[in-house]
Design a protein around this ligand. Structure first.
Ligand SMILES: *[C@@H]1O[C@H](CO)[C@@H](O)[C@H](O)[C@H]1NC(C)=O
Ligand SMILES: *[C@@H]1O[C@H](CO)[C@@H](O)[C@H](O)[C@H]1NC(C)=O
Ligand SMILES: *[C@@H]1O[C@H](CO)[C@@H](O)[C@H](O)[C@H]1NC(C)=O
Ligand SMILES: *[C@@H]1O[C@H](CO)[C@@H](O)[C@H](O)[C@H]1NC(C)=O
Ligand SMILES: *[C@@H]1O[C@H](CO)[C@@H](O)[C@H](O)[C@H]1NC(C)=O
Length: 410
């Protein structure tokens, strides 16, 4: 059999085999990714058609440009000579009785494209809780197009060459270290005077993952600390890839897609970012074909976030996995696929598929590899209606799931 897209395959194989177990000094125990052993030609068979993931930097004809680095074992990691090493492992796999493959990621928090919180180098900020959860989404997601259209080009030039002019818009979310103010980190759901809604659940030790009834447990460990001689604090994050608000890749339920590399890094950012409809689903049913039809979602709508009884029941706030959540039944998934243009399906619990139809409904959605499933969204206190959704997963090479940050912009 001829290898499909040989160049890409060779590149990937090279990425993976260059240092398969060059596990860095930063992360101690080995995280063998099942993906390491993948990429044999026979696994790529899909009834004759060629299976090869597309990996892009630019989407939607230049409208979206990915400026994040893909995570892979050879990428640099602070303080390590051997790179990041294996950052994914499979604690449960279909090979040993699990319903799906659910991998776990382990990454030093300052690896690849990342952000620092004020607590990174200020002890009193760290102790007061100024963590990444307190960062201002309006600073991180400025409506720059509107801003620059209104702005005089001379002003833009000035802003570029004089970064600290006194007239610079005061959007500083953090109090000065010298202020007498009480140090209370802001934790918000709404930013930019109501323009931006955070629809992502905060990750805590109680975050639901579906693999345990106690939540994810301690997901951060301090690997280096100022208390024992380091110049900074540096933690490592360890999370089941399907914890809290997250996204599935086609390889989550399809063996051949998994082997061919249809991972998180191959998801289409154009589908994950654009106009989206937030709709309320009748509270007394799971999402069947009948329910889908009654929702009357117009043709042309490509992104829909389904708010269900799960939100009313605050199911995502409980650490115990509850199998009575509302989700798509197989016929509902099929109806959506056959009768709408929806490519982004968002839901307010850990699975878009109702527990009774867990596998069949997922298989319907993921088969074409065109529909992206975002699960565990936080849809309370947002009005139903039309928004722009921005959903960005981590660029995890080889992962069948990833935590995702989703926001709505009015
Ligand atoms: C299941 O298999 C994985 C490897 O795929 C292994 O790490 C794990 O320990 C196994 N779990 C059980 C319960 O056998
Ligand atoms: C570093 O971690 C210690 C805990 O070991 C904590 O008490 C301290 O506030 C942290 N400092 C910074 C700057 O993060
Ligand atoms: C430094 O302290 C952390 C806990 O804060 C510990 O995990 C680590 O092993 C210590 N490192 C050294 C070199 O003592
Ligand atoms: C599950 O993981 C195994 C490795 O243990 C891999 O061979 C298989 O292709 C994976 N299947 C899916 C559907 O992800
Ligand atoms: C939805 O389906 C689940 C089983 O998957 C069931 O336990 C639950 O009661 C159903 N919810 C409603 C509102 O019908």
């Amino acid at each position: 059999m001829v290898l499909p897209n040989a160049a890409a395959t060779i590149l990937l194989t090279a990425l993976i085999t260059l240092s398969p177990f060059a596990f860095s000094s930063v992360v101690d125990d080995a995280y063998p990714s099942p993906y390491t052993a993948a990429m044999t030609s026979c696994d790529l068979d899909d009834g004759g058609s060629r299976l090869s993931p597309i990996r892009r930097e630019v989407y939607d004809e230049g409208r979206i440009i990915d400026i994040s680095h893909r995570y892979h074992p050879d990428m640099p990691s602070w303080g390590s000579d051997d790179g990041l090493g294996e950052f994914l492992r499979l604690p449960a796999s279909m090979k040993n009785g699990s319903l799906a493959n659910n991998s776990e990621m382990k990454i030093p928090t300052h690896t690849g494209t990342h952000v620092d919180a004020p607590g990174h180098v200020y002890d009193h900020y760290f102790d007061a809780g100024f963590d990444v959860d307190t960062l201002d989404l309006h600073v991180l997601n400025d409506p720059s197009k509107r801003l620059s259209r209104k702005m005089n080009p001379k002003l833009i030039f000035l802003m570029l060459i004089i970064p600290y002019v006194s007239s610079f818009p005061q959007e500083n979310a953090y109090p000065s270290p010298y202020s007498e103010e009480e140090l209370i980190p802001p934790r918000r759901e709404v930013y930019g005077s109501g323009r931006i809604y955070d629809i992502t659940h905060r990750v805590t030790s109680g975050t639901l993952s579906g693999v345990s009834d106690e939540g994810i447990g301690e997901y951060l460990t301090l690997f280096q600390s100022m208390k024992n001689g380091s110049d900074y604090n540096f933690s490592i994050i360890k999370l089941p890839a399907h914890s809290g608000t997250h996204v599935d890749a086609p390889g989550h339920f399809y063996e051949n897609y998994y082997q061919a590399g249809f991972d998180i890094d191959s998801l289409d950012l154009e589908v994950l970012n654009g106009p989206a409809l937030l709709v309320d689903v009748p509270r007394d049913k799971n999402i069947t074909a009948e329910v889908m039809e009654a929702l009357n979602i117009p043709k042309g709508v490509r992104r829909v976030l389904f708010r269900t009884l799960n939100t009313d029941r605050r199911l995502m706030s409980q650490t115990r996995f509850d199998t009575s959540y509302v989700g798509f039944m197989k016929d509902g998934a099929q109806w959506l696929k056959d009768n709408t243009d929806i490519k982004l399906v968002g839901i307010d619990y850990l699975s878009v598929a109702a527990y009774d139809d867990l596998i069949p409904a997922h298989l319907v959605f993921l088969k074409s590899r065109e529909i992206i499933l975002v699960e565990g969204l936080k849809l309370e206190d947002v009005e139903a209606g039309l928004y722009n959704v921005h959903c960005l997963p981590l660029r995890l090479l080889g992962a069948e799931g990833s935590p995702i940050r989703c926001i709505l912009i009015k």
